[in-house]
Design a protein around this ligand. Sequence first.
Ligand SMILES: O=C(O)CCC(=O)C(=O)O
Ligand SMILES: [Fe+2]
Length: 457
Amino acid sequence: GHEFFSSTDQIAQLYGKTKELLKVFSQCNDAENVETIKSVLPNLLFSYSDSENPEEAMRNPVAAYRLLRQMRNDLIYIVNQPNLYQLLEIPQLEDLDGAASGLIRLQEIYKLHPEDITKETSLNADEAYNVGLVAYDEEKFQHAFLWFLYSLDRLTEYSTTTEEELLHYLSSSVYHFGSLSVAIYFSQELLNLDPSNDEARAQLNRLLHLQSNPDIFTLNTESSNYETLCRGEVDERTSKRQRALSCRYSTGEGNPRLMYAPVKEEVEWDEPQIIRYHDIISDREIEFLKNISRPQLSRSEIYVSGNNKLSKLRVSQSVFLGESPEEARVSQKIADATGLSMESAETLLVQNYGIGGAFEQHIDALETVNDRIATCLIYMNDVEIGGATVFPKFGVAVQPKKGSAVFWYNLLRNGEVNWNTEHAGCPVLVGNKWVANKWIHEIGQEFRRPCSLSDWE
Ligand SMILES: O=C(O)CCC(=O)C(=O)O
Ligand SMILES: [Fe+2]
């Protein structure tokens, strides 16, 4: 079936359609089971705010996760009424888990407690429990523990989650990340609640045989360079090297198309060069690209030793556009700005990220003949928080800016892969993220970027 969690835009589309569907049901009078449906409709409708624009509703990943759960419940409810046709695709359990996994990724990278990430939108006990279980499955025991604690705090008589389940998982997750005495505490609580629980008694006895006591509230996951860059903690450009970087108007050495509309170039980094072109694509072109891509989006894959496959390392949906006058126009602008030939370039890959959606470190080069000599990455919107493109090998974070594009060479002049161009798309903490990639290949650049035998250029 269809996947939702890997593209916030897909969730937004479903949200819009679900609202419509509920409205239609609330107005129809002839369906047989309409009375039952009608009796619950006010409740369902109530939770879908009328004034809210679906895309806007997705800017907060916690809200997006809640809505996904809620739409699943509501749509399942509707489909279970006889005589009502299901017109919409129902989010699957995999979507809820994928969304929860996105929230955990955000917590890890941006070092957030459940209370931090739910400041705007809180989760109820059941929703939090589900996030905890996903963290537990991913062996992120400290995060799991904190979510179970959060869930325990919010337990009510309406919760499906039970205190026993939570105590069990609290004990077990805290045990895994190291605090034995706290594990013992929760195990004891569980036994107090239900003295006949033999499994809990055995567990408590096992725990009582062990000892240790670390700090259980400090989020101390090891950070890679990628993660520190995403958080904006380091960025080498803030050092004195920045002064060497510049901004200029380029007329492409006399290119007639640029004479009257020069491109604004900014050097984001000098070695290897990373160049930002400002205002390379207009808002209208962006809307057009989004609209043609939307119905064609599907989960992005990663390329590993000759094969494409789905991976948690890349949570987004994308589509390679077909050839069209609009695609060609964007291509031409990139050709003008970079001075490179688009003869063997791929068509634009339009990409929308999901809940906590990211693309972890990778290189764009495929290590094949006629390889991807360069990348031009177009930002189709501003991202409120997170979502930077980062280069861990030299410590630069580039923030998306609507209408701009960044450009770099993936290959050295001698044709070898430049491993320093390794980069990542950080998870989107607040907002949505649309980008479009133009991958430019070697064939056609012979006279534009002459090759060299040196092994460092
Ligand atoms: O989204 C980003 O910032 C990076 C995307 C990227 O590296 C890619 O699609 O190859
Ligand atoms: Fe990339």
